[in-house]
Design a binder for this molecule. Structure first.
Ligand SMILES: Cc1ncc(COP(=O)(O)O)c(C=O)c1O
Length: 389
C-alpha cells in the first residue's frame, strides 16, 4: 500500500514520532540497554535516563518526580487511576460511588462500568451541555460523601471540547474527593499544570504528542489512596510492576518537552487552519453542523456531523480521494450505532451517524487543507445520493 500520496488529517488518532525523539531514544535500544533495576553500571545508566525523564515530565506539569508513574499507554493510565483509586477509597472509607462524564474515552467509561458490573461500585454520569462540556455546578450537585473518584476528560478526542477542569477540581477538593482527568488529547496542545488544573490524577499518552506509541504517564498526587493494578516488582513506587521500557520513557519525556515548550507556536499555526475548515465546511455543505464547542476546543481539531450521511461510507470515499480522516462514531468499525459521545449530545440518528473528525498536525500544509475543502462538499453530496431520502 502506498501512503505517500494520501494526506493524513487524523492527528488526534496518533502522530508520527518526531525525529529528535527518535534520536533521543536510539542509544537506549542497543547501547545503554541495561535494566534500570540492576545495580551494575549498565543498570545505573538506564536508571539515570529513567530518572532524568521523570524529572522532565514532573517539571512540565509542576509535580514532584515521585508523583510520576510511567505506564504502557494512556489507556493503562486511565485504568490505574479508576481501578486503583476506586478500590483504595472503598477499602479506606467505604466510598463506592464513581462520578464520570458521558464523554469519556472508553478507557475510562468501560473501566468504570466494569467496576460497577463486576465489583459493586455505583457509576453515575454527569450531564453535559450541547457542546459536550461538564458544568462544575452539576459536579457540586452530584458529588457525595461516598464518591470514590470523579473523572472528567480534559479535552475530548471526538468533538474537541475542553472541560473546565480547574473549577471542577476546586469542588472536588473542597469535598475531599479525588479528581482524575484524562489529558491524553489535552496535553498535546494545552498547558498541563497539576496545581492550575486542581487535579489529583492525570493521564498522558506519548503518541498524541509526537512520541512513541505504547508509553504513557499517570500523575498521582502525593497522598492519593491508590492500589496497583499490575503487581510484581516494586517499580514506579510500587504502583506499576514491570521492567522499565527505558527507550520509550526517554522518548516520551523528549516529546513532552517539545510539545509543552512550543505549544503556543504550534497553536498559532493550527488555529487559522482549523477555523478555515470550520467556517468553510459549514458554509459550503448544506445540513452540516459543528460538534463540540466553537472556541473552547483543541486548536487542531474540527469535527462535524452531516444529516443523512453514512459516516463509514464518507470515510471510505475520502480515503479513496486521498484524505485519511476519522469519524467520531463507532461506525468506522462497522458498528451502525452512533458513538456514546454523540449519543450524549442528544443528536438524532440521522445526524449522529454522519460524523467526521479532521485533526491537523505539524506537517499539515495550507494547500492540503485547500484541496480537502475543495473535495469534501462533492463527496458528501455523493454519499447522500447513496441514501434513499
Ligand atoms: C482521550 C483519550 N484517552 C485515552 C486514549 C487511549 O490512549 P492510548 O492509545 O495511549 O491507550 C486516547 C487515544 O485515542 C484518547 O484520545
Amino acid at each position: 500500500m502506498r501512503t505517500n500520496s494520501i494526506i493524513f488529517l487524523d492527528f488526534a488518532s496518533t502522530t508520527p514520532v518526531d525525529q529528535r525523539v527518535v534520536e533521543a531514544m536510539m542509544p537506549y535500544f542497543n547501547q545503554m540497554y541495561g535494566n534500570s533495576s540492576s545495580t551494575h553500571q549498565f543498570g545505573q545508566l538506564a536508571d539515570h535516563a529513567l530518572e532524568d525523564s521523570r524529572r522532565v515530565v514532573a517539571d512540565f506539569i509542576g509535580s514532584t518526580p515521585n508523583e510520576i508513574v510511567f505506564t504502557s499507554c494512556g489507556s493503562e493510565s486511565d485504568n490505574l487511576a479508576l481501578r486503583g483509586v476506586a478500590f483504595a477509597e472503598r477499602d479506606q472509607r467505604g466510598a463506592a460511588h464513581i462520578l464520570i462524564s458521558p464523554v469519556e474515552h472508553h478507557a475510562v467509561s468501560i473501566t468504570a462500568l466494569q467496576l460497577q458490573e463486576l465489583h459493586g461500585f455505583e457509576v453515575e454520569f454527569l450531564p453535559v451541555d450541547q457542546y459536550g462540556i461538564v458544568d462544575p455546578d452539576e459536579v457540586a450537585r452530584r458529588i457525595r460523601k461516598d464518591t470514590a473518584i470523579v473523572s472528567v476528560i480534559h479535552a475530548n478526542n471526538e468533538i474537541g471540547s475542553i472541560n473546565p477542569i480547574s473549577d471542577i477540581g476546586e469542588i472536588c477538593r473542597a469535598r475531599g474527593v479525588r479528581l482524575h482527568t484524562d489529558s491524553v488529547q489535552g496535553a498535546a496542545h494545552l498547558p498541563v499544570n497539576v496545581d492550575d488544573l486542581n487535579v489529583d490524577l492525570i493521564s498522558l499518552g506519548a503518541h498524541k504528542f509526537y512520541g512513541p506509541k505504547g508509553i504513557g504517564v499517570l500523575y498521582v498526587r502525593e497522598g492519593t489512596p491508590i492500589y496497583p493494578i499490575l503487581t510484581g516488582g516494586g517499580q514506579e513506587q510500587n504502583l506499576r510492576a514491570g521492567t522499565h521500557n527505558t527507550p520509550y520513557i526517554v522518548g516520551l519525556a523528549k516529546a513532552f518537552e517539545l510539545a509543552q515548550s512550543d505549544h503556543e507556536e504550534r497553536q498559532t499555526k493550527y488555529l487559522q487552519m482549523r477555523d478555515q475548515i470550520i467556517n468553510q465546511v459549514l458554509d459550503s455543505i448544506p445540513d452540516s453542523r459543528l460538534t463540540g464547542h466553537p472556541t473552547m476546543r483543541l486548536p487542531n481539531h474540527a469535527s462535524f456531523i452531516f444529516k443523512n450521511v453514512d459516516g463509514n461510507t464518507l470515510l471510505m470515499m475520502l480515503d479513496a480521494a486521498g484524505y485519511a480522516c476519522s469519524s467520531g462514531s463507532a461506525c468506522k468499525t462497522g458498528d451502525p450505532e452512533p458513538s456514546d459521545v454523540l449519543t450524549s449530545l442528544d443528536l438524532s440518528r440521522e445526524w449522529a451517524l454522519g460524523s467526521l473528525r479532521v485533526s491537523l498536525g505539524q506537517i499539515t500544509k495550507q494547500e492540503q487543507i485547500d484541496g480537502f475543502l475543495g473535495t469534501l462538499p462533492n463527496i458528501v453530496s455523493q454519499v447522500r445520493e447513496l441514501i434513499p431520502q
